[in-house]
Design a protein around this ligand. Structure first.
Ligand code: RM4
Ligand code: MN
Ligand code: MN
Length: 431
């Protein structure tokens, strides 16, 4: 399998002209930063340590409720998906792990999958459960909920599924489970608003008790969809309540698309950080709801402000700060690999810019109440063209200066399209 990943290799050596241009851009920026008392090297090192997990459900073209327009060469099997993730990792140097969705990507042979991943230089991040759909052969239906279902037998089935997901994750070397529940109601009166939360909490207690040593449980909130009247875990407050009640190893996951319009997400992040309950992220961007668009495509400043909070937490070595960074996007009309490459680049860029904040100056302006200069300190970092820093971090990691262009030049998509023809793989509908 490693030969599939190898196919992107020739494109990694940029042309001499591209490399020379990069070196000049990097030197010019390093000189500019030095005048501001900042070291380019420090930022390059930090960006070199940044890593984000790729979701197993994002290697095929996503879709909407209205249709799906698959492209050529989409992976048909989990092995082919891993090969694609290896390409994303090779080109960015920052995507070394896969986040599996079960049963969408239930491995047939767990040890073989683990060995294949290791051969490709990949590992496994948090595993994701799925009780938002009925699976073929499943005895009881989740139509009226899973953990919140009025029937205890359905709740037991859902808990059992989570135990299974944990067992698969453990065998793969993962160390966390993300629980996103679709549970909720579509009409007032459909369910008891208080009891449904209590039931969810009870089931999560069982899942929490089943966590292997060293594992964490992430609760992921979402305001609506598919429950349009009341979702049980609808906001970060509910998620925090669950995590605080469950115990130290339960933390909250923030999916950037799971907030009502105009929510100040960086403030949510700061609150969870302050409570040592920020477990991880699902990165994406959105204009209206859970749009699952490319990170940084709609609100790049918001993404930067979120990373600013994360960099502060890192610098202060905040207790409980060990965020699991994952992507959760639906590639509706872009090539999935290209969209992932663009996403990782945007995340690296937001992280690099957040490193450029003059923290001492910002703290001083906050103390003295200089609103304008405090804000401008953030803008100075955000408006810096940090692309040479990110490209340099990738170059040092043996990855590509420009991942998307390197991918196109590699011809990988055309080659796998030839190899993967006739596949019956149908990726899950986007949610
Ligand atoms: C949900 C949520 C979950 C993801 C599913 C596919 O909206 O974001 O994290 O696993 O979609
Ligand atoms: Mn998500
Ligand atoms: Mn979502």
């Amino acid at each position: 399998m490693s030969t599939v990943g190898d196919e992107a290799r020739p494109a990694l050596s940029p042309g001499a002209a591209a490399l020379r241009n990069h070196e000049r851009d990097y030197e010019a920026l390093a000189e500019r930063l030095a005048r501001r008392g900042q070291r380019a090297e420090t930022v390059v090192d930090a960006v070199g340590r940044f890593a984000v997990a790729v979701p197993s459900w994002a290697l095929g073209t996503g879709g909407t409720r209205f249709g799906r327009f698959p492209g050529p060469g989409e992976p048909r099997t989990l092995a082919e998906k891993l090969a694609d993730v290896a390409v994303v990792h090779r080109l960015t140097g920052a995507a070394p792990r896969v986040s599996l969705h079960i049963p969408w990507d239930e491995p047939d042979d767990v040890p073989a999958l683990r060995a294949l991943a290791a051969e490709l230089g990949l590992g496994f991040d948090a595993v994701n459960s799925n009780t938002f759909q009925d699976q073929p052969g499943q005895p009881l239906s989740y139509k009226l909920g899973s953990f919140s279902h009025p029937d205890a037998a359905v709740r037991r089935q859902a808990v059992e599924h989570h135990r299974h997901v944990i067992a698969v994750g453990q065998a793969l070397g993962a160390d966390a489970i993300t629980v996103w529940l679709a549970d909720g109601s579509n009409y007032p009166g459909q369910m008891s608003l208080r009891q449904s939360f209590e039931r969810v909490l009870d089931c999560l207690r069982d899942v929490y008790a089943a966590l292997p040593a060293g594992w964490r449980l992430f609760t992921e909130h979402k305001p609506y969809e598919p429950a349009f009247y009341a979702t049980v875990v609808q906001d970060w407050g509910s998620s925090l309540l669950l995590a605080q009640t469950l115990g130290e190893r339960a933390q909250c996951l923030v999916d950037l698309g799971h907030h009502l319009p105009n929510t100040n997400i960086e403030l949510v992040v700061a609150r969870l950080l302050g409570a040592a309950k920020l477990g991880g992220f699902h990165f994406n961007d959105s204009k209206y709801g859970d749009d699952d668009l490319t990170a940084g495509s709609i609100k790049p400043y918001g993404l930067f402000l979120i990373f600013h909070e994360l960099v502060l937490a890192e610098r202060e070595r905040l207790a409980g700060f060990r965020p699991a960074y994952m992507i959760d996007q639906s590639h509706n009309i872009k090539d999935p690999i290209e969209d992932l490459l663009q996403t990782v680049d945007q995340l690296q860029l937001a992280y690099a810019k957040a490193q450029l904040v003059d923290h001492a100056a910002l703290a001083a302006y906050q103390e003295s109440g200089d609103v304008l200069l405090a804000e401008r300190t953030l803008k100075d970092a955000f408006e810096t063209d940090a692309r040479p820093l990110v490209a340099e971090a990738r170059r040092r990691a043996g990855a590509a200066l420009d991942p998307v262009l390197a991918f196109r030049a590699s011809g990988y998509r055309a080659r796998v399209a030839a190899q993967r023809s006739g596949g019956g793989y149908v990726p899950p509908q986007s949610l």
